[in-house]
Design a protein around this ligand. Structure first.
Ligand code: NAG
Ligand code: NAG
Ligand code: NAG
Length: 387
């Protein structure tokens, strides 16, 4: 940069020398013109050798940001969901609640299966299973010794089985060996593990019209939502659940746009475990989605490496513990990414850190009853223990 500036200054001086002491007016303006042209040339060189490389370097550093920022141009938003209003108050009878949704009430509740692919989210799994415990018939959990990105992984659940004694009589556990294919798209391993989960559900004894919850461990339906769906007749065969999105803890509320979790009335031969959009219906305000809600910084590093979007870890300093801790307390993005939205208004509205929330109202009961143990998930406690 300074080099370019310096040499252009020097040529101006040379031009001055040449141009300043010419005889006739015509000759003067001719050489002026030549000087100007030469000056332009120089600027063109500067653009070519300084600005363009700088831009290329900038795109290298921030390319992903640029493409995400321009997303509204190249991608239109998905078809909107049909939001089903959700009615609930603990003091309203089940019969009335079903009726409010336009459904009838059953004589006995459906059986409920909760099936998850487990990675390392031990605390969130504890909160999830305690929340759902009263209404779930069988908890189905599958874990692998491979992450989606093909890295070997300890069997975290098997190692910590003792923490889950309270559901042992209702647990169907499965372990599947990873395929460890190098350089493969992580979504292939993920699909392979979900297929195995279908088998495990059959082993667990699922039958037609049983309720099946398909969701990641950190997508927690609220207990009353599952109770409603098991008691009411005529609910849609597949229903997505709209969950409140949180990041790092319940201190950072992002939005209410999480929809991937779904509840199915099981249909043998037809129902397949999936985590993408399967219908247009979404039941409002049906629980919580707490992403990257880990106790230890080392869990964050593990998740960032094991994640299906490992390409987002573009620089090794992203995995630095001090950096991660600072980001958690600020509510910023671990991958330094632009919000994934479909309109400029939403992208700009969501840029920068997530505002702190001081509400711990309507959170899972087990979390509040054990606040000492899970302090790091509650507002005002962003510092993580080392370990
Ligand atoms: C719940 O309903 C009962 C009986 O109808 C009533 O006595 C009680 O005050 C209600 N509680 C609340 C919190 O509304
Ligand atoms: C993963 O599990 C499979 C099946 O138990 C086993 O054969 C394989 O050696 C394991 N691989 C690693 C890296 O632990
Ligand atoms: C979702 O959040 C938006 C913005 O905060 C709000 O306007 C909307 O009512 C919320 N919807 C539900 C179903 O909670």
């Amino acid at each position: 940069m300074s080099d370019g500036y310096y040499s252009s200054k020097k040529t101006d001086d040379i031009c001055e020398d040449v141009c300043g002491e010419q005889g006739s007016r015509a000759a003067l303006s001719m050489s002026r013109l030549r000087c100007i042209l030469r000056g332009l040339d120089l600027r063109a060189y500067m653009v070519l050798f300084v600005i363009v490389p700088l831009c290329i370097f900038g795109v290298y550093l921030h390319g992903q940001k640029i493409t995400y920022f321009l997303r509204p141009i190249w991608e239109s938003p998905p078809k909107p969901f049909h939001d089903i209003p959700h009615y609930y108050n603990e003091n309203v009878s089940m019969e009335t609640l079903c009726k409010l949704h336009g459904w009838g009430i059953r004589e006995s509740p459906r059986r409920v299966y909760d099936a998850v692919l487990f990675s390392n989210e031990l605390d969130i799994l504890t909160i999830r299973w305690n929340e759902l415990y009263p209404y779930v018939t069988q908890f189905v959990l599958l874990e692998s010794n491979s992450t989606f990105t093909g890295l070997p992984k300890p069997l975290f659940f098997a190692r910590n089985r003792d923490r889950f004694k309270f559901i042992h009589s209702r647990l169907t556990y499965g372990m599947i060996g990873g395929r460890f294919k190098k350089g493969e798209n992580p979504f292939v391993e993920e699909a392979y593990q979900r297929l195995a989960l279908d088998q495990l559900l059959k082993i667990a004894g699922i039958e037609d019209d049983d309720l099946l919850i398909m969701s990641d461990v950190d997508e927690i339906p609220s207990a009353h939502t599952i109770n409603l769906l098991r008691w009411c007749d005529d609910i849609p065969p597949i229903l997505h659940l709209q969950l409140r999105n949180y990041l790092y803890s319940f201190e950072f509320y992002i939005d209410n746009k999480s929809w991937r979790a779904s509840v199915h009335r099981y249909n043998t031969g037809k129902t397949r475990y999936a985590h993408y959009r399967q219908t247009d219906n979404v039941l409002s305000d049906a629980g919580w989605h707490c992403s990257f809600c880990f106790r230890y910084i080392s869990n964050f590093v593990f998740k960032m490496r094991a994640y299906s979007h490992y390409d987002r870890v573009r620089f090794s300093h992203y995995l630095n513990h001090g950096r991660i801790q600072d980001i958690i307390c600020k509510g910023s993005d671990l991958f330094d990414m632009i919000p994934e939205e479909y309109t400029f208004k939403e992208i700009i509205g969501k840029m920068g850190p997530i505002p702190h929330s001081y509400s711990a109202v309507h959170l899972p009961a087990y979390l509040l009853n054990n606040a000492d143990k899970y302090k790091y998930l509650l507002p005002g406690n962003c510092r993580r223990e080392s370990g």
